[in-house]
Design a protein around this ligand. Structure first.
Ligand code: PHE
Length: 342
């Protein structure tokens, strides 16, 4: 009987399957019995040579054997897999209770944070941000700002000179005023000019050789000191609190006339108030004034037709005040214990 051969194949295959202990042996088994060139296929091929009346029974039996073998194979494969998993769990146990390694999160430098706060406030007041270079000519840093060579006011800024004659590291952001005016070429201006400045000073808790300034410049017809006061007051109240009072004192800068310095009253609740304000209750936050006619002329504007105001402030100093930071050197030391507090 041809079907006996199928039965024999079934018995042989199942017995063999029991001996397969790993995936590799199972793969071999599957090729040998169920593969394209395997034994089952070969046995099935014999159907063609059978007499007609036996074909149907043989075909049915062949299919039954195939199903049995396939199911037995799948079952065995699941067993082997499970056994391999259990083995790997016990020989190489994975402790899922171990805490992970946290990845440190980056953050913005406090100086960047305070600059962005300043930008946001002035953006709401309609100011654009304009950047200019940190290496300047003597002409830009001093002369066009109404300080000719040998002008004693140059002593207000201890300058870093480069090896190129008459090229300096800017001591303030004010030369940016000239750049903006030249580019705006007579059109009205309302910008802030943030950036790094450099001064050749002895480094101490109160002074650094590099620090940020934010300059402001507004030029147009009919711009007055009242506009300057309004702008500064709006800024101070957004920055330091809505109850802040602003006090304006007369001062001197070569590039503004009249020149002022701006104080705010420091909150009475702050226990550092006396120390910060040296007992006066007032704290200086910026220098400012109406743009000097010579400066407008140097920028290509006619002081008979337009006026302007300018201001300059040190945002890092503001941060120091707000957070009672008593050492400016902390800013550029990159000590994470300091930086992480912001
Ligand atoms: N440039 C001045 C300084 O460095 C600040 C300032 C800017 C004053 C604009 C008046 C107008 O101290």
């Amino acid at each position: 009987m041809a079907t006996d051969e199928l039965k024999a194949l079934e018995g042989q295959a199942l017995a063999h399957l029991q001996q397969c202990a790993d995936e590799a042996a199972l793969r071999e088994w599957s090729t040998k019995y169920l593969g394209e060139k395997g034994l089952w296929k070969a046995a099935f091929g014999k159907m063609n040579s059978l007499p007609k009346d036996q074909k149907a029974a043989f075909g049915q039996e062949a299919n039954r054997v195939k199903t049995v073998l396939t199911e037995a194979y799948e079952k065995k494969r699941a067993e082997v897999k499970e056994r391999e998993l259990q083995a790997s769990l016990t020989t190489n146990p994975l402790d899922v209770t171990l805490p992970g390694r946290p990845r440190p999160r980056g953050r913005l430098h406090p100086a960047t944070q305070i600059l962005r706060e300043v930008y946001a406030i002035f953006a709401d007041l309609g100011f654009q941000v304009y950047r200019t270079r940190e290496v300047e000519t003597d002409e830009m840093n001093f002369e066009f700002l109404n300080m000719p060579a040998h002008h004693p006011a140059r002593d207000m800024w201890d300058t870093f000179f480069t090896t190129i004659p008459r090229v300096v590291l800017r001591t303030h952001t004010s030369p940016g005023q000239i750049h903006v005016m030249k580019e705006a070429a007579g059109k009205p201006i309302r910008v802030i000019l943030p950036g790094m400045c450099y001064r050749n000073e002895a480094i101490s808790t109160r002074s650094e050789i590099q620090f940020y300034q934010v300059e402001g410049l507004v030029v147009g017809e009919g711009v007055t000191m009242a506009d300057l006061k309004g702008t500064i007051t709006a800024f101070a109240r957004r920055m330091f609190g809505p109850e802040r009072q602003v006090r304006i004192r007369s001062s001197y800068f070569p590039f503004t006339e009249p020149s002022i310095e701006v104080d705010i009253d420091w909150p009475k609740e702050d226990p550092n108030r006396d120390r910060l304000t040296k007992g006066t209750g007032w704290l200086e936050i910026m220098g400012a004034g109406m743009v000097h006619p010579n400066v407008l002329r140097a920028g290509g504007y006619d002081p008979e037709k337009v006026t302007g105001f300018a201001f300059g402030m040190g945002p890092q100093r503001m941060l120091m005040l707000a957070h009672a930071i008593d050492d400016i050197r902390l800013f550029w030391q990159n000590d994470l214990r300091f930086l992480k507090q912001f």
